[in-house]
Design a protein around this ligand. Structure first.
Ligand code: SF4
Length: 96
């Protein structure tokens, strides 16, 4: 999972930081940014600032996105985040 924030929409209320301080930080401008391994990615308003999220923080990041009043937290799932697709067993009919 990766996440980014559109800073143009951020209200600066800090709810995301309450939910997941490992991933979200608030900088001097009062706006939230994503961080990766403690380093803020502060290229505002750009999906170029995509932070990789550790598995242990996935749920908290989803919760933060759900409560974000600016609706400006965007989550991108990596292929390995998706559940495996089960291939149906082919139906074989034996004619007798
Ligand atoms: S919850 Fe949303 S609006 Fe509030 S600070 Fe975080 S990114 Fe900005």
């Amino acid at each position: 999972m990766r996440v980014w924030i559109d800073q143009d929409l951020c209200t600066g209320d800090g709810l995301c930081i309450d939910h997941c301080p490992d991933v979200f930080v608030q900088l001097e401008d009062g706006i939230a940014y994503v961080a990766e391994r403690g380093v803020p990615l502060n290229d505002p308003g750009s999906s170029g600032s995509l932070a990789r999220v550790d598995q242990r923080n996935h749920l908290a990041v989803v919760k933060a996105a759900e409560v974000c009043p600016g609706e400006c937290i965007f989550i991108e799932l990596d292929e390995h985040d998706l559940p495996p697709v089960e291939t149906p067993t082919p139906l074989v009919i034996h004619a007798s």
